[in-house]
Design a protein around this ligand. Sequence first.
Ligand SMILES: Cc1cc2nc3c(=O)[nH]c(=O)nc-3n(C[C@H](O)[C@H](O)[C@H](O)COP(=O)(O)OP(=O)(O)OC[C@H]3O[C@@H](n4cnc5c(N)ncnc54)[C@H](O)[C@@H]3O)c2cc1C
Length: 308
Amino acid sequence: MTPPEEEIAQIVQVLGTRLLRDESLANHTTYHVGGTAALYVELTSTESLELLAEALVDTTIPLLVVGNGSNLLVADSGFPGLVIHLSGIFGELRLSLHEGRLDVGGAVALPVIARRAVAGGFAGLEWMVGIPGSMGGAIAMNAGGHGASTEQNLHTARVLELRTGIQREYRVDELECAYRSTRITDDELVISAMLEANEARDRAHSRALLDEIVSWRRANQPGGRNCGSVFTNPVGDSAGRLIEAAGLKGYRVGGAEVSPKHANFIQSESGGTAADVAALIEIVRHRVFESSGVVLETELRMVGFPDA
Ligand SMILES: Cc1cc2nc3c(=O)[nH]c(=O)nc-3n(C[C@H](O)[C@H](O)[C@H](O)COP(=O)(O)OP(=O)(O)OC[C@H]3O[C@@H](n4cnc5c(N)ncnc54)[C@H](O)[C@@H]3O)c2cc1C
């Protein structure tokens, strides 16, 4: 569905040359597949936030915030709306050891937070080193791993309501955090966050923990083009175990393959398409249901597909 011409005209008029048309989203996701965004804007400053809000007043155009694109599968037909991406000042991070707080821009990558925290004398954020998302994406997804999740370290998140221009500061208990989900909607942009961590008693231990987590990831998860776990774990079980038990490790559709290393990862090869990955997701879901009776739910977010 193409956005109404008058809305595009309004957005173009306000955002001017900041706006790109037909920007490839394959270049903005870890899957490296999929089509283009009808409109794309990079926000780098407080001023650009204000302009965006002005551009979006009274519009209905579909919106998509893309962080590091590490949990997104974009359809080959692309996204028929406005994609918003943070960089510039939103990539900044400030540490305040005596308060036990980190003020983190929405674009800061989680491994950067983990390493800067350890270097600055904090403990408790080491788990973030293995997750290639941004702060904003981690809050929207309540990302987690190694026994921790974003909500455990989050104090507040500053959020811009994209269609009204209103900024709100949510306490973590107002975000309705659950397993890989929060109340953040497609019409909201996480601008920054305040994280809490402890003062490190033993920095050498924190550094060793970073190395251990990175080594564990390399040993147990594939590199290359993927989005991490495709499916959430059903209560009391693991999606990877169910997929492996269904005999699907190494199963292929076109340029997509269930990773032989970790069955809950689907790899996309160079030259593969989003349609290949989406078709394989459906086959896995179907075969796991046939073999175990469990309906797997996707953790990755599918963008631009008919039912998305
Ligand atoms: C190799 C690999 C390993 C992974 N391991 C893990 C893991 O252990 N645990 C885990 O939880 N995840 C894991 N992931 C998935 C992914 O890294 C996380 O879900 C991460 O939080 C996504 O962040 P992102 O910035 O890439 O978000 P994107 O993929 O860009 O977007 C994901 C969702 O967040 C929204 N979003 C992104 N930024 C913002 C923002 N600033 N404001 C509002 N909404 C926003 C998007 O609109 C979208 O709905 C892994 C991925 C890969 C590739």
